[in-house]
Design a protein around this ligand. Sequence first.
Ligand code: 4FV
Length: 258
Amino acid sequence: MRVDVLTIFPELLSPFLAASLIGKARERGLLEVRVHDLRGFTEDRHRSVDDEPYGGGGGMVMMAPPWIRAVRAVSEGRSPWRVLLSPQGARLDDAKVRELAGRGDLVLFCGRYEGIDERVRETVVDEEVSIGDYVLSGGELPAMVLIEALSRQVPGVVGFADSVANDSFREGLLDHPHYTRPPVVEGLAVPEVLTSGDHAAIRRWRDREALRATLEKRPDLLERPEVVSRLTREQRRLLEDKLEDNLEALRGVGAGKG
Ligand code: 4FV
């Protein structure tokens, strides 16, 4: 996978791209990331990338020509999928990450100021992606979030492959709790099953705890039929117990009301 990033602050990405898993993946040729300074695609001596908005209203808007020149230059001889990071985009989630990972080469547009001239969207953008319903000052952090998530989809980047397979959201559920040494922390011990050596029991415990965490923290995830359809027998039993408890409680309330 090759990712080209267009930004007016390339220095923001350098430490991120040099460190940790991403840095190693690039060294090992598992992932190629090229960062391009948009000002390199301007034609005036002030290397301008923004101008006042037509119709007034304060703030500055990024001009279209530098973006169009830049994406055409970096895409030479290829047809990468061109993604604008913006609050108006489709929300980035595990499914979207896997979809984008399947697109092969990507170009990421990192906006600044109030936004980008609409004709960039109309001419050289294939898709808009948002990392969340809040407004940042630039698209660089969203681009790094996306690159980090994409890199975990590239075989060999994450050492322990299972880790990706067991990632939260992969099966649609949150992850189960994790424990490591020391055996007791603040008087809290490690659940006995985890030191039992009984791997079937450990698997069942982890499945139950993943569902319990999802029920408590993200019950909305259980509204997805594809998630419920993938529940193990252990998880179904826990869900049925929970539902039964709730029904009991409801009956209790009902009876109270007489
Ligand atoms: C954003 C987001 C985001 C909007 C104006 C950059 C900023 C500025 N991008 N998810 N949320 N972008 O807030 O992706 O140009």
